[in-house]
Design a binder for this molecule. Structure first.
Ligand code: FES
Ligand code: FES
Length: 78
C-alpha cells in the first residue's frame, strides 16, 4: 500500500463553516489540508467529513493519524 507523504508534523488548526469536506490522505495536494485530486495514481483516497456547525478543527497534517481526518497526536512519534 502507498505510504502517504508527510505534509507537516503538526495539525492544520482552522475554523470551518458547516459543509462537506474532503481531507487529503495522500499528502500530495497543493490545497492542504484538502484534496485537490493529486492522489490519482496512488491507492490512497480522500476522507470525507461533515461539519454541522461552525467550529475549530485540528486536521491531521502528517497523514498518519488513526482518527483521520483529525489529529490524534501521532505526529509526535514520526
Ligand atoms: Fe491527497 Fe486527494 S490529493 S487524497
Ligand atoms: Fe497527524 Fe497530528 S498531525 S496526528
Amino acid at each position: 500500500m502507498t505510504q502517504p507523504v508527510i505534509t507537516q508534523k503538526k495539525p492544520f488548526a482552522m475554523e470551518l463553516d458547516p459543509g462537506e469536506y474532503w481531507w487529503c490522505a495522500c499528502g500530495k495536494s497543493r490545497s492542504q489540508p484538502f484534496c485537490d485530486g493529486s492522489h490519482q495514481g496512488t491507492d490512497l483516497s480522500p476522507q470525507k467529513f461533515i461539519i454541522k456547525e461552525r467550529q475549530m478543527v485540528w486536521l491531521c497534517g502528517c497523514k498518519h493519524s488513526e482518527t483521520m481526518p483529525y489529529c490524534d497526536g501521532t505526529h509526535k512519534k514520526l
